[in-house]
Design a protein around this ligand. Sequence first.
Ligand code: ATP
Length: 260
Amino acid sequence: MQLPLSRAISPALDWRDRCSSTNTELVARAAELPDLAVIATTDQTAGRGRLGRDWSAPPGSALAISMLVRLEAVPDPRRWGWLPLVAGVAVVRAVRSLGVEGAGLKWPNDVLVDDAHGLPRKLSGILTELAPEGVVIGAGLNLSMTHDELPVATATSLALQGVPVDGDLADRALAATLRELRAIVAQWRSAGSPAELRAIVEPELRTIGRAVRIDRPGLDPLLGTALGLDDDGRLRVRPLGEGDEIIAVAAGDVTHLRYE
Ligand code: ATP
């Protein structure tokens, strides 16, 4: 594929006609590749979500994008926890630039848009993974999928959100995502304080202010209200009916509850 828009933004773009998992491939090659190197495809055959879940899409209907963020230029190890979150913000900005209104983030890693009934649908998922020399940011972004092609009923695509499907949709979507990812990684690197990172992420985070249920491995479900992010990007939750104690959640499955 020619990809003139994307190649102009990301010289180190390795486009694959088919790839098992762009994240797996980039993690394996991280030691030899430069900062911000990218592997991408519209035919990912063994995509992964968190906790070993599947990420799937009919060939040609979705982008899989992985970008390497190398270790050396990051002064503070506590900053790494923010990387999945700022990556999600980058994808929200990218789909907005393609014309999708109303996209937002569900902590920690989903880009959602509401359907006509107000129900959240997943347009993109983010999976960040450790690599030998840094971290790989992976993003799956549904492009041209029709209703019948959706892998799960909770998914949506750019096409279903009204973005015109033409020959260069993959290039436009990839270029927009790479542009926003590169910009936000630079901001993430240069941020002087957690407050600066919070100011980038919190405005896009739908989870804040919501009643949530959080399922964590080996623990009882946590029911409460999401208040915001702490200095490490963890979700601060006030549990239901337990006084003023606040719990900081580093990882878990969040359900936005529809009642307050
Ligand atoms: P949830 O979506 O339930 O909050 P999660 O955030 O843990 O789960 P991820 O690990 O990001 O999910 O992604 C895996 C899940 O995403 C799968 O279990 C499936 O439900 C869903 N999924 C798989 N492929 C797609 C796709 N192309 N578009 C949208 N959703 C998908």
